[in-house]
Design a protein around this ligand. Structure first.
Ligand code: PEP
Ligand code: MN
Length: 358
């Protein structure tokens, strides 16, 4: 398995863009000393607006060939068109990645997969820009289906309109976690560079990814980051990468310590019974909600009562805060519960109308 390393994270690093032959070779020289698993460099850049640097194209493939020959590094590029795939194969690129803006488009993803029929090259698929786990899974499966046996997912965060967010792309961790639940064998690599957009917090997100059990990291690296032609604010020097990797705490999925294992098992059993209680309580709440629906039906009242909902948000939020729980978190759970209650009550009101019609 190309992306599986024994107990340590798979590390891909390299510049956002291959800018010049010198910059590519200088970065590769430094990274080969650190011992990364894969050298990344974009040669066709999906830029938001025209006029910014859109990559050097084919000429940069020659530079990557030199990286392979001189430094014995495996190299990866982004492909967004079947023509890119053809050129990448022609120049013996080792690994391909599909960018976030391509993953959103199943037609384009299928075109790329079709261009790879009969070729078994490792492919990394970035999450789509919108937080849609099905779309991400679908893109991955298009490559698996044509016979690519080494597929990895890259979590690079999701677009947000929230201008106060500290991140360039919101991490939204439950999405990659759900992908891993659905596909336990799929390696998931975290891209803290594109999540953060700021080199100062790249290491924090890299550590968080390790704490969550991600399989690897892809980190943008440039000899002079602030002079980079693209993504200047998020790239780090090879030296900074080396420090980041040295300081990274690698956690394990399991423990051989029997007493800790037993303690965890005990806590899990307690948690199982708390969860059973939570579900039983929700069932009781729904039952009350249905009884209220019947009363509302008799009085010809609406299912949704804005004042009552406001009161629920306030009191449950305050209760959460008094127990040191996040208000926002508890209210978001109540939004779901309330929505389900209203659905049940609407069904009761609807039943009334149908009975009248009959
Ligand atoms: C990149 O890796 O340089 C890139 C363009 O990434 P994304 O598709 O995640 O925006
Ligand atoms: Mn980039």
């Amino acid at each position: 398995m190309f992306f599986k390393t024994d107990g340590r994270p798979f590390i891909a690093a390299g510049p956002c863009s291959a800018e010049t032959r010198e910059q590519v070779l200088e970065t590769a020289a430094a990274l080969s000393q650190i011992g990364v698993d894969l050298f990344r460099a974009g040669i066709w850049k999906p830029r938001t607006r025209p006029g910014s640097f859109e990559g050097n194209g084919e000429v940069a493939l020659q530079w990557l060939k030199e990286v392979k020959e001189q430094y014995n590094l495996k190299v990866a590029i982004e492909v967004a068109e079947p023509a890119h795939v053809e050129l990448a194969l022609w120049y013996n690129i080792d690994v391909l990645w599909v960018g976030a803006r391509t993953t959103v488009n199943p037609f384009q993803v299928q075109h790329l997969a079709d261009a790879l029929k009969g070729v078994n090259i490792p492919v990394m698929i970035k999450n789509p820009v919108n937080p849609d786990v099905d779309l991400w899974q679908g893109a991955i499966e298009r490559f698996e289906k044509i016979g690519i046996s080494n597929v990895a997912a890259i979590h690079r965060g999701f677009s947000t309109y929230n201008s106060s967010s500290p991140y360039r792309n919101q991490p939204n961790w439950p999405i990659p976690i759900e992908l891993k639940r659905r596909k336990p064998e799929l390696p998931i690599i975290c891209d803290p560079s594109h999540i953060t957009g700021r080199r100062e917090i790249v290491a924090d997100i890299a550590q968080k990814a390790m704490d969550m059990g991600f399989d690897g990291l892809i980190i943008e690296t440039h000899p002079r980051p602030s002079e980079a032609w693209s993504d200047a604010a998020q790239q780090i020097t090879p030296q900074a990468l080396q420090t980041l990797l040295l300081e990274l705490v690698i956690r394990r999925q399991h423990t051989e310590d029997m007493s800790k294992f037993t303690e965890l098992e005990y806590l899990r059993q307690l948690m199982d019974s708390v969860d059973t209680e939570i579900i039983d309580l929700i069932a009781r709440r729904m039952e009350l909600s249905e009884r209220m629906g019947l009363v509302k039906k008799e009085c010809n009242m609406t299912a949704y009562q804005p004042d009552r909902w406001r009161e629920i948000v306030e009191t449950r939020g305050d209760r959460a805060a008094s127990l040191l729980l996040s208000k926002e978190f508890i209210v978001s759970i109540y939004e779901k519960i309330h929505d389900e209650s209203i659905k049940k009550q609407l069904a009761i009101l609807q039943r009334e109308q149908n009975e009248v019609k009959d």
